[in-house]
Every structure is written in structure tokens, then in C-alpha cells.
Design a binder for this molecule. Structure first.
Ligand code: IMP
Length: 426
């Protein structure tokens, strides 16, 4: 399909990287459309692994990596990633284009992001990654942002940037937070302008033309749908629309240009950090999933919260994203767990709750209603075709399809690219 949007359908760490990697091999453009340096992702070249934050996947595979207008661009991080990739022989600066409409993370944004979360009451701390994405995007909506086009315009750069930096400094001072060196930031902006200029394009135009020409475009979501600022677990979420709405607003591609929407979900659920998680299991099952699924943060090593698959949340996500198909990852982690449970509804205050609640307190009180399915014991790693799968694993997947109302087309049975089963023609 020429234009495909791939995004995480839970709270992140769904194994989206593997699915994106699989699809990026065929893409002419791989596009980041939201988030920023808060999104750690790993891309591979043979045995080598690269942990990146700003660079779109696909630059290792000859695709053009597009950082579109919806992304909060941390130029410092981007330039150091480009340098690192070039030191490995990958011509990253020739393969990356950056939108002139994207907003820049200014030096005070991460400091403010961290100071704000530190100042929040214990109940309402978000556990932000502190990369300045929320403050950058917040400022965008307050008309206080600074875009790539502004950086490249000598007039705007030399008038608006000192003004915004001073306002940022005042905000930090008012919060009693650590500050930054304004003169150094201004000098650095001159370097950024020179280094970024060759990569800057009207990426909306570029992608619209590419879509019209039938080129293959992969829109790569960061974070995940239950962290969506509108339909996620607000305020325990991120600052963007993480799915298809974000893909359109964040690239300039109209909704009709999207041919296919693919959601990636784990065969169970995990969440890092704070916020409601109805199917969390703090007992033996959660511990088994964590151990088997190696559910520890890639950067911090923090244990992830683990629990059963939540079909109520998944159905909610598939609906507001108009999902065409789902990729289920890490089903091999469930081998030997019997019975398996899937949450099919919530219950709170003695009543059934069928839709995913907006009320965060209600969501915290929701208890999952489970259906049990027989587990499977056969190892799955060698499965490559649907017929290689044990009948009970197929039943589990069919059950998920029915409950979430979307087709499962890909099943990941292990970490390697080859450990994938295509269930339906894609
Ligand atoms: P922020 O996006 O850095 O402001 O963080 C807001 C919330 O989203 C925090 O709970 C983060 O842990 C979470 N978050 C942000 N980026 C990611 C991600 O890439 N994967 C998983 N969680 C994330």
C-alpha cells in the first residue's frame, strides 16, 4: 500500500520497531509525524543496533527519512545522531529532510518540562521524559513557538529568538529552576541554521507529491495510542495525537491520502511510569510476563508494569484510528501460561463500563472483566506460516480479532525479523 500509517496501540514498547523495520525495507519515505526526542527507537543493520531519538527509521535502508511538521525537533540531538550515523558510513545528512514548519525545542524547554513535573503534586506527576516535547508543543499552541523556518530566516532568528529565550529564562527563574546560557544559545542557533539549512524542505509538499506519484510512504508513529493527548489516559499521556489524526496534521497529508492504518499491539499489556492500567497484574502473572518478555526499560532498566491484554482499550484505539489491521507482537511470551485471560469489559461501582472512560478516577476504579482461554505450550519461535501455529494460539488471535473489531494480519513470534507470521495477505 503506498501510504501506510503504523502506530503503537497500547502504552508504548509494543515492538513497533520490528514492524516498521519490516515495512521500511519497501518504503521510499519513512516519516516521523509527532513526538520528538522523547521517543527512543532502535533500528538495525545486520547485527548492529542503533538507538535513536530523532532520526526516522529507514535511513539505514536507503529510504528518505522525513521529520515532518508535527515533530518537536531537538536540533542538538538530531545533529549528534547524524554525526554518529555518518561515522558508521551511513550518509544520514543526505537521507534526512526536515520540515520548515516543525517547531524547535529551545534550550529552556527541557528545563521547564522537568521543573513543571517536579513541581506537580505527587498524585499528578506525569513522569515526563523531560525532553521538552510538551513545553515545545505547548508553546506552539500559545503562539510562543519557534519553527525551523524562523531559524533559517536571519531576520526572524535575530529578533524573535532572543525575545523567546529571555521569556524562557524568566519562566525558569519564576519557578526557581536551573537556567541556561542565553548568549551560548544564540551562538549555537547560528551553527544550527547553517547545518540544518541543506536538509530543510516544505515536507508537506514533498509528501503530497510523492503520494500522488504512488511512492511508498511509511508514517511512523511515536509513543502510543493510549498516550494520545485526546483519547489516551489524560493527563497521564504525551503531548500529541499519536495515531492517524496526528499523521495527517503532522505531515500535511490529507486523510484520504492514507491507504492503510496498521496498529501494533503486544499479546499482553505493559506500561512504563504512571497512570491507570486496568489489567495490571502485580502478582505472579505480571512477574512472569516481565521476566519472559524482558519488560525492562531499554535506557533506564526500569521494570515495566505488566498485565493481560485489554480488549476494551484496544477496541477504543482501533475505533478512533479507523484501523485496517493489527500486528500482534510477543505472542511467544504467553507460551506455557494457562489459562490465558483477556479483558472484555470493565466493572466499576457495580456497573459494567463498556467504553473506555474519560474520567481518570473512574478508570482507576475500573476492574477488568476477564474471559479465559486455554493456553498453549508448544514453542512458537519456529512458526512462519499460520498452519505452523498451535490451534490454541490461533484461537487466541481469533478471539482478540472478534473483541477488538479489527483483523490481525501479522504475528510476531520472536525478536528477529524472520520470526514473523503473515496471517492474511497484506
Ligand atoms: P513526555 O512525552 O516526555 O512529556 O512524557 C509523557 C508520558 O509519556 C510519560 O509517562 C512518558 O513515560 C510517556 N512516554 C513518552 N514517550 C514515550 C515513548 O516513546 N514510549 C513510552 N512512553 C513514552
Amino acid at each position: 500500500m503506498p501510504v501506510t500509517c503504523v502506530f503503537g496501540a497500547q502504552w508504548g514498547d509494543e515492538g513497533k520497531g520490528k514492524v516498521v523495520d519490516f515495512l521500511a525495507a519497501r518504503a521510499a519515505y519513512v516519516v516521523r509525524y509527532q513526538g520528538g526526542a522523547n521517543a527512543g527507537h532502535t533500528i538495525r543493520r545486520g547485527e548492529e543496533k542503533f538507538a535513536l531519538r530523532m532520526t526516522p527509521s529507514g535511513v539505514l535502508q536507503n529510504a528518505t527519512g522525513v521529520i515532518a511538521n508535527g515533530v518537536a525537533v531537538d536540533v542538538g540531538v538530531l545533529l549528534s545522531e547524524i554525526e554518529f550515523l555518518e561515522s558508521k558510513g551511513i550518509p544520514a545528512s543526505r537521507r534526512i529532510v526536515v520540515s520548515d514548519r516543525a517547531h524547535l525545542v529551545l534550550p529552556f524547554h527541557p528545563l521547564l518540562d522537568q521543573a513543571l513535573d517536579a513541581s506537580r503534586d505527587e498524585t499528578w506527576k506525569i513522569g515526563t521524559t523531560g525532553r521538552g516535547v510538551s513545553t515545545t508543543i505547548g508553546d506552539k499552541h500559545l503562539y510562543e513557538g519557534f519553527r525551523v523556518a524562523d531559524l533559517l530566516s536571519p531576520t526572524v532568528r535575530r529578533t524573535r529568538l532572543p525575545y523567546l529565550l529571555e521569556r524562557g529564562r524568566q519562566r525558569l527563574e519564576a519557578m526557581g529552576a536551573p537556567s541556561f546560557d542565553t548568549a551560548a544559545a544564540l551562538a549555537e542557533a547560528e551553527v544550527w541554521a547553517t547545518r540544518l539549512a541543506p536538509m530543510v524542505r516544505d515536507t508537506a509538499w514533498l509528501l503530497q507529491e510523492a503520494a500522488e506519484a504512488g511512492r511508498t510512504i511509511l508514517l511512523e508513529g511515536a509513543q502510543a495510542a493510549l498516550l494520545d493527548v485526546d483519547f489516551g489516559t489524560y493527563p497521564f499521556c504525551t503531548t500529541s495525537n499519536t495515531g492517524v489524526a496526528g499523521a495527517c496534521a503532522g505531515t500535511g497529508l490529507p486523510p484520504r491520502a492514507l491507504d492503510r492504518v496498521l496498529a501494533v499491539a503486544k499479546a499482553y499489556c505493559t506500561r512504563v511510569g504512571r497512570g491507570p492500567f486496568p489489567t495490571e497484574d502485580e502478582g505472579a502473572v505480571g512477574a512472569t510476563l516481565r521476566e519472559r518478555g524482558r519488560e525492562f526499560g531499554t535506557v533506564t532498566g526500569r521494570p515495566r508494569r505488566c498485565g493481560w491484554f485489554d480488549a476494551v482499550a484496544a477496541r477504543h484505539v482501533c475505533r478512533f484510528n479507523g484501523v485496517d489491521a493489527v500486528a500482534i507482537t510477543k505472542i511467544d511470551v504467553l507460551v506455557g501460561i494457562d489459562p490465558l485471560r483477556v479483558c472484555v469489559a470493565y466493572e466499576a461501582d457495580g456497573r459494567k463500563v463498556e467504553s473506555f472512560p474519560a474520567d481518570i478516577d473512574l478508570l482507576q476504579r475500573c476492574r477488568p472483566v476477564y474471559e479465559e482461554l486455554p493456553g498453549f505450550t508448544e514453542p512458537l519461535g519456529a512458526a512462519r506460516r499460520p498452519s505452523d501455529l498451535p490451534a490454541r494460539a490461533r484461537e487466541y488471535v481469533t478471539f482478540l480479532e472478534r473483541r477488538i473489531g479489527a483483523r490481525v494480519e501479522l504475528l510476531s513470534v520472536g525478536p528477529e525479523r524472520t520470526e514473523t507470521v503473515a496471517l492474511k495477505a497484506t
